[in-house]
Design a protein around this ligand. Structure first.
Ligand code: K7E
Ligand code: CUA
Length: 692
């Protein structure tokens, strides 16, 4: 039943007429906007030859701006003329901003932030009123946890190569994993690990994205249990979870996912084997001392207790055998989630340990899968293991003993391929196409280039397993990322140094300074590896990023059909259609059916009564690229982003009477400011006279 205010000067007929007159007025505006864009295209590309006058001009500008020749070359390598697109896209974690940032390479321009674990109004992420889908997905034990600490993004892979379909990322603070669909660059799913509070080794994928790996970090009593620190060894446990990915659905299938119980060491980063090592997962650990800290009780602090031993354990896990044990029903349920016990891991020969030097951090598998590189944090070397040596040692039972929980420990010398001294504080390693590896040196503030051995030795002029050079970075690099650097066929060319401290690199921004992403040109072999761009990252503290060739992405620029629901990636059956708009009351429930197109909402007046439950559906009728509208209702904490073709639904109880302007929050057109309307929430006391 439609209702209207008797006294309203805008009766339905007048409203329709007003809309009609605006439409005729608006159409030329929208067309002119499109036409103007077509006229201003990209500049023409022709080979250049600098005239003596131009050389003189360049020289003069360089001198005026105090630029040297290297600076000019760096500018030429990174500058993107207007309208030209970058060759690579870097998907970066946003650290405790909870988001993912997409950056073009080599220009280093920030293209977009993707809202993941933190609500974000520009994208209408978490601002659709009561029962918001995002808020629901962010709930832990019934309470919304509206931020995350994103560390490791992982692009989906097919045969060990980025396929450009999906991106996964872990939330270290809350042990969650998110799935982002790279057709519309939106978060589609968030799963919470039922075993552990926080994690770290997430997300990493197996070579065909069969599983998304989520490794733990700080041991707890699995399944949200409790035990005092005195019972650490008996009751606390580590874990790694294998989330099964259903590619056709584009979702993690929780019913086919399972975990492995690990000793209460602090598992750190993980990587999946590929090619030669396909079927294996490698996970670092520290605090194999099982220190329980307690400075307040006069004990050694964690930092000392957890660094006492010279060796920790590289966890070597056969995930195909683990999967077989899970399918065979060998898992036990903890907090409703299937877990393979430590004894199953030992009995079924699923997991082995290899000693690794002192509190390692990064573990990275070479593109051919042959070598596993571990970087030691407190050890100036990287330690390289060979998968052939590991599988031989397992077959020949070359063990140096077992750990406290009975896990067999492989003999270090039997599995070690090489150790290469690089410098202070090695953390993470990446690879290129010329047989080089690149390791971040946190304490040295440098990127080390070194040579791999085996089949890689023939790809460059230097001796295998040798440091080639170090490029200083500013300052204190954490992760680094090379073009297609985690695939079976890296591109080389570009490397990002994710420098944690920017100190004096940029204008100060108060006491909170941005991070510094530095672009290194790694195209030349040998000892040439200059930094060619510094990019302030003032949107969080990124940890890891991955760089994909832009032409692998199959991005939609508008939704495939008008009335599209991005959450289901399907046409929404109840999406409002043009001509069906209206306001329908059913008891205390009011259903608003609305469309949005440049430059009006239809309807423009919505009248409800205090206490009504309002369901409000909007379809953006636009089909032109970039014709996005917003929709906000001030005071009700509501804001949507309505991209071309998108359908969205909001729900709220109209619990405060008043006259609420709603408007389009995206400057969409010349008449954007007029793209508004009123929500009239009539006080209950005046209601009896109001409804016909
Ligand atoms: Cu080194 Cu979480 Cu990968 Cu930070 S981690 S840097
Ligand atoms: Cu639509 Cu502004």
């Amino acid at each position: 039943m439609k209702h209207k205010r008797r006294s309203s000067p805008l009766n339905a007929l007048a409203m329709i007429m007003a809309v009609g007159s605006i439409m005729t007025f608006v159409t030329p505006d929208a067309d002119a906007q499109q036409e103007g864009r077509r006229r201003r295209g990209t500049q023409e590309v022709r080979p250049i030859e600098l005239t003596p006058e131009q050389v003189a001009q360049l020289t003069r500008i360089a001198n005026e701006r105090s630029l040297n020749v290297d600076d000019l070359l760096a500018a030429a390598k990174t500058f993107m003329p207007s309208g030209r697109h970058d060759e690579y896209v870097l998907f970066s974690s946003g650290g405790h901003s909870g988001q993912v940032h997409a950056i073009g390479v080599p220009s280093m321009r920030l293209l977009r932030t993707i809202a993941v674990f933190t609500t974000e109004p520009w994208q209408g992420y978490g601002y659709s009123g009561d029962d918001d889908r995002v808020i629901e997905s962010l709930k832990i034990n019934g309470k919304p946890v509206t931020w995350g600490d994103t560390h490791h993004p992982a692009l989906s892979e097919t045969k060990g190569d980025y396929d450009g379909d999906f991106l996964f990322i872990g939330d270290k603070a809350n042990a969650r994993v998110a799935v982002i669909d790279l057709r519309d660059w939106e978060t589609k799913q968030i799963v919470k690990n039922p075993l552990t509070i926080s994690d770290h080794g997430a997300a990493f994928v197996t070579p065909n994205t069969e599983y998304i790996i989520e490794g733990g970090q700080y041991a707890t009593v699995l399944g949200y249990g409790y035990a005092p620190p005195e019972e650490y060894k008996e009751s606390y446990r580590g874990m790694v979870t294998l989330w099964k990915f259903d590619r056709a659905k584009g979702r993690i299938d929780e019913s086919k996912s399972f975990a492995l119980e690990l000793p209460p060491y602090w598992q750190d980063l993980a990587d999946a084997g590929k090619l030669a090592s396909d079927g294996w997962i490698f996970i670092n650990s520290f605090n194999t001392e099982m220190a329980t800290g307690g400075v307040e009780r006069g004990n050694a602090p964690f930092e000392a207790g957890a660094s006492k031993r010279d060796m920790d354990y590289l966890h070597i896990i056969n995930w195909k055998k683990a999967e077989a044990a899970f399918v065979a029903g060998k898992a036990q349920s903890i907090n409703g989630f299937p877990v393979l016990s430590l004894s199953t891991l030992i009995d079924d020969e699923i997991m082995y340990f290899a000693p690794e030097p002192k509190s390692p951090h990064g573990v990275d598998v070479t593109p051919n899968g042959q070598f596993i590189v571990v970087a030691g944090k407190l050890d100036p070397h990287v330690t390289v293991y060979s998968i052939d040596k590991i599988t031989n040692a397992i077959a020949q039972k070359k063990f140096s003993g077992s750990d406290e929980y009975g896990v067999p420990v492989l003999d270090f010398d039997a599995v070690k391929e090489a150790q290469v001294e690089l410098g202070l504080g090695p953390l993470h390693t990446q690879f290129d196409d010329k047989g080089y590896a690149y390791t971040s040196l946190f304490l040295d503030s440098a990127v080390a280039r070194w040579t791999l051995g085996g089949e890689y030795a023939k790809l460059n002029a230097e001796q295998p397993w040798k440091l080639v050079q170090k490029t200083p970075v500013q300052y204190n690099i954490g992760h680094l990322s090379a073009a297609e650097g985690d695939t079976v066929s890296p591109d080389g060319k570009y490397l990002i140094s994710m420098s944690k401290w920017s100190v004096d690199r940029f204008l100060p921004t108060g006491p909170l300074l941005p991070q510094n992403f530095q672009l290194l040109d790694i195209a030349q072999p040998g000892n040439t590896m200059p930094v060619i761009y510094d990019s302030p990252i003032g949107v969080g503290e990124p940890h890891y990023c991955q760089m994909i060739k832009a032409d692998k992405l199959k991005t939609w620029t508008v939704y495939p059909e008008v009335g599209w629901d991005p959450h289901t990636q399907r046409l929404a059956p109840n999406a409002p259609k043009k001509g069906q708009e209206g306001v329908v009351r059913n008891g205390n429930n009011v259903l608003v059916t609305m469309t949005a197109v440049r430059s009006h909402f239809f309807p423009e007046h919505v009248e409800v009564v205090e206490g009504d439950t309002v369901t409000w559906r909007i379809t953006a009728l636009e089909t032109a690229m970039d014709a996005t509208h917003g929709f906000c209702i001030g005071g009700y904490n509501i804001n949507l982003s309505l991209e071309p073709g998108e359908f969205a639904e909001i729900k709220f109880v109209a619990d405060r009477p008043g006259t609420y302007p709603f408007y389009c929050t995206e400057f969409c057109s010349a008449l954007h400011l007029e793209m508004m309307g009123y929500l009239h929430v009539k006080p209950k006391s005046q209601n009896s006279a109001a409804i016909e």
